[in-house]
Design a protein around this ligand. Sequence first.
Ligand code: NAG
Ligand code: NAG
Length: 244
Amino acid sequence: MAARVLPLAFLCLMQLIASPFLVANADDGTSFDFYYLVLLWPGAYCTQSKCCPPTAGPPANDFSIRGLWPYSTLSGEPVTDCNSNPWSINQISSLRDELNLHWSNLKCPSNDGVGNWKSAWKTYGVCSGLNETQYFSTALQLRAKVDILALLAKKAIEPSLLYVHGVSDIENAIREGIGAAPLIRCSKGPLGLFQLYEVYICVDKDGETIIECPVKQSFTCSEEIFFTPFNLTSINPIDMVVAN
Ligand SMILES: *[C@@H]1O[C@H](CO)[C@@H](O)[C@H](O)[C@H]1NC(C)=O
Ligand SMILES: *[C@@H]1O[C@H](CO)[C@@H](O)[C@H](O)[C@H]1NC(C)=O
């Protein structure tokens, strides 16, 4: 019994990240137009990839930050790899507990997340024009502000394998809460059916104001999708994916 994983979604993402020829020139760190705040549902991540508890302990049972990406409207691509800017773990020491809870890395083997933050800073953060502390605290504040899990719960959309939910119901629940349409990315989950995987929210350059997305990535979902529970202590990705 082999786990049915979905490498495709990751390949596409890598392609998105690794398109240097489309990346806008952003030497001054300001030539981007808006941010994508990308929030990941760990329950979906752990059904499609093997996941391991971070060394700092389990993350929150909530949407976690995948990234805060400066984006160019013109190129329709993220603005990446700007002027080198030194990375220093000390500059985020005051945010460390929050980052462990809300911007953790579930990759195996278990890790302390530092490599992930460093790469987020070097690839995307330096292009924001913010300093390191500001960049990570902006992402944390935005995540808390949009509180997707609570917005979904308000409409009785909760993690469970007993029900599927209309993608449009999920979109509407979030739109009503934040005042702009989110983009929903799905992945293949239990029984090979689609599940809620990531939510993309567009944010003005000011790092605060939620806006309608000037660039809409298009993702494939079915009309009805799972919102797969996340329980790091009990999930066995292989059992989840091939469950009769
Ligand atoms: C980062 O920016 C904030 C706000 O402008 C400032 O208070 C802080 O001192 C800066 N940090 C560093 C290390 O420059
Ligand atoms: C997660 O699974 C473990 C083991 O099955 C169980 O003891 C625990 O109560 C579960 N936690 C949640 C939040 O469901």
